[in-house]
Design a protein around this ligand. Structure first.
Ligand code: T4K
Length: 374
């Protein structure tokens, strides 16, 4: 069993060369503009629009993903209603609902993709349902067609938590060409998180992508206290503005996206190679961006043992997403309602993956895991 000299964490943020960041800092210094829709933010927004294949009129930047979600839910009119969502996610997906006074209703997940199952969600739709919030968990794409059908049939909003899905694209077939479109351009709205634990980041940050360009003005106001002019404040907004240093980090990281994606793919393949002949460790496939490397074990006891033993080798994996949201106090009313999610949460472990993690280390981690499950 290999014990690593230095700690290997589940993830590490990509950091651009310091000189590249410093060049950008000089510009910020000469602008003397640090936040409030500054020039760096506007440049970042333009570059994101190009990268995602989504018009600038249909995106808005925020200082983190959670506030982006909260304001997104709010402009979509979810306050006071019920929203069907998954318990197999990070707490922010539901916290943002609760914070605007919407009630999450938990439906079970698809055992393959680990994303919300539209058939299970449909059974819970009532006249009180205002929206469905599926999560592209680990970068695995949800059944977007299934959810689109539900949106049309019941007149409910479909809002994706796409926190893990930056760099995931769908193919759009045109008569003369195939276009790439960000997965964020599905449903009524999607949120990407730019937290440093994500494959792409801006120190902290969040992005909303929305179908209806009319909500843009509202979102811009809400992220700036809902101040419309020097003499008008039109709603109860908040401070959710991305600052210029975050935008600069985002611009630097965006340049690196192709390599960041390519490297994660290589890491995934290295794990895949070692686990190929091991029936006791099942890599969860389906993710286009390989943002995470989730593996499933045969039982809770084995997962717990591997998680603990990896630590003794100086490897710090994470049990994303265990416990389930419905195991936490604010959502305990949903406990027991999602048996597939409960089972998978008890057996899943996410293994280290990040740009620069040596592939030999990846193979050694995988060999250790194989040894542990024997
Ligand atoms: N929806 C979903 C589905 C999400 O997964 C998230 C966030 C959100 C919404 C909300 O988006 P944001 O508001 O965050 O933009 C982390 C992140 O804090 C959280 O952003 C993320 N999901 C979640 C899945 O993971 P923790 O509690 O696991 O983070 P922490 O501090 O333990 O860091 C994880 C590992 O990364 C550690 O081993 C240390 C390493 N690390 C971390 C940071 C921050 C670094 O090496 N450098 C760093 O700067 O929650």
């Amino acid at each position: 069993m290999k014990r690593f000299e230095c700690q290997i964490l589940v993830t590490r943020p990509y950091l651009p060369p310091l000189d590249e960041f410093k060049n950008g800092l000089e510009e910020v210094w000469s602008n003397q503009w640090l936040t409030n829709n500054g020039p760096m933010l506007q440049r970042f927004q333009k570059e994101l629009s190009r990268y995602l294949g989504v018009p600038e009129t249909n995106i808005a930047l925020f200082n983190n993903g959670t506030l982006a979600l909260e304001l997104g839910y709010y402009v979509m009119g979810l306050a006071g209603g019920e929203v069907i969502t998954t318990p197999f996610t990070f707490v922010a997906t539901s916290h943002a609902l609760m914070r605007i006074g919407a009630r999450p209703v938990f439906a079970d997940i698809d055992p393959e993709t680990m994303c919300l199952d539209p058939a299970k969600a449909e059974k819970l739709i009532t006249p009180r349902t205002k929206a469905i919030v599926p999560v592209h968990v680990y970068g695995n794409v949800c059944d977007v067609e299934g959810f689109e059908r539900l949106g049309e049939k019941y007149g409910v909003k479909i809002i994706y938590d796409a926190a893990h899905a930056f760099g995931v694209f769908s193919r759009v077939e045109r008569v003369d060409r195939v276009e790439k479109k960000s997965i964020g351009f599905c449903g009524d709205m999607s949120m990407f998180s730019f937290h440093p634990t994500k494959l792409f980041h801006s120190c902290e940050g969040g992005l909303l992508v929305f179908k209806d360009a009319a909500v843009r003005e509202k979102l811009y106001e809400l992220r700036n206290f809902a101040i419309r002019s020097e003499t008008e404040c039109v709603d109860v907004g908040t401070n959710a503005k991305m600052n210029e240093l975050q935008a600069l980090m985002g611009i630097c990281c965006l340049r690196k996206m192709p390599e960041l994606l390519e490297y994660r793919q290589k890491i995934y393949e290295a794990y895949e190679e070692v686990f190929a002949d091991c029936e006791d460790v099942k890599l969860v496939p389906h993710s286009q961006n390989k943002a995470y490397v989730p593996v499933l074990f045969k039982s809770f006891a084995i997962r717990e043992r591997v998680y603990a033993e990896l630590k003794t080798c100086n490897v710090f994996s994470r049990r994303y997403f265990y416990p389930l949201l419905t195991d936490f106090a604010p959502y305990a009313y949903g406990n027991g309602s999602c048996p597939i999610a409960e089972d998978l949460a008890s057996r899943v472990l996410t293994l280290p993956t990040y740009y620069g993690l040596p592939l030999d280390d990846v193979k050694a981690i995988a060999e250790n895991v194989k040894e542990m499950v024997k």
